[in-house]
Design a protein around this ligand. Structure first.
Ligand code: ZN
Length: 301
């Protein structure tokens, strides 16, 4: 099924549910960054969560930035997702691989690390972005971000994210977020009921592989609770806003002396966007243009 996000409500608006399929975009990230299996799982889970988090924002142009910094060998996991359905991200050490855990699962917690922090920034496009930090719970990402939502955003939430890869690449990826809205959050039994139902689900990627659609998954969870599935199916995709022009502009940060050296010694420069691994080449002439712009700025500034 094509990558997509759908929204639903239940219990007269007391429950908000969002679900996303991210199989193709996770495969694209895997190929772009040459991710190992465990790195694909870590980044894929975080990208699905990013899209789910961004989906609740209201103002067009809103984005969520999630950074997971653990003490494991993978280094940091960084994701930037928008309400518009675009997402991009990277891990510090994409080549790190770990053997599966004793029960045959990807050892994402071992790769990310069990100690560290989750940083989340919500940016609505004006004013100061809302940012918050919580400690890691397990490094498995789903648990860590559920904990973040409960403590930092004070919204009781159940989050499931998953990535399943085989030797061909990513076979299924996506996630599901169910949140209890303030008008219903005093109802403790509702939270418990939803948690127990999620606990009985086989795991998000297994559901997808069994051929379940997003509406069918919602129906299984919330069908007897006044489920209303919103008609819009939003397409989601991997997208990075970097460009040759932006990269050239960023080269100014090196300063005149280093630019001079890039022109004379290296006869050009190469820069890689960390979010999408696109490599940009700047010619001698382009670097000379950057240098002259920089010098003009220095004179006028
Ligand atoms: Zn990029």
């Amino acid at each position: 099924m094509v990558d997509q996000l759908i929204r639903a409500t239940a219990a007269d608006g007391g429950i908000r549910a969002v679900s996303v399929i991210t199989t193709s975009l996770t495969e694209e990230a895997r190929q772009r960054h040459k991710l190992s299996y465990v790195a694909t799982a870590a980044l894929g889970r975080t990208m699905a969560a990013g899209l789910l988090f961004a989906s609740s924002m209201k103002r067009p142009g809103s984005r969520v930035n999630i950074r997971i910094e653990g003490d494991g060998p993978l280094g940091g996991v960084t994701v930037d997702a928008g309400l518009d359905g675009t997402v991009r991200g990277y891990v510090t050490h994409p080549e790190v691989e770990l053997p599966p855990t004793a029960n045959g699962k990807m050892d994402v917690g071992g790769a990310v690390g069990h100690n560290g922090y989750v940083y989340v920034i919500r940016d609505v496009g004006f004013g100061y972005p809302y940012s918050s930090t919580v400690e890691l719970v397990s490094g498995e990402i789903g648990d860590d971000l559920t904990h973040y939502l409960a403590t930092s955003e004070q919204t009781p939430s159940a989050l499931m994210v998953g990535v399943f890869s085989d030797t061909q690449g990513v076979a299924a990826a996506g996630g599901l977020l169910i949140q209890i809205m303030p008008k219903a959050s005093r109802d403790e039994t509702l939270v418990e009921l939803l948690e127990s139902r999620l606990g009985t689900l086989a795991g998000f990627t297994s559901l997808l592989q069994a051929g379940k659609t997003l509406p069918a998954i919602f129906d299984e969870l919330l069908g007897d609770m006044g489920l209303v599935i919103l008609p819009e199916v939003q397409l989601v995709r991997f997208h990075c806003g970097c460009s040759h022009e932006r990269v050239l502009n960023a080269l100014k940060l090196f300063g005149a002396e280093e630019l001079q050296e890039m022109i004379q010694t290296d006869k050009g420069a190469e820069a890689t966007c960390e979010f999408c691994s696109t490599v940009y080449h700047a010619s001698e002439e382009e670097l000379a243009g950057v240098l002259s712009d920089l010098q003009k700025e220095v004179v006028s500034g």
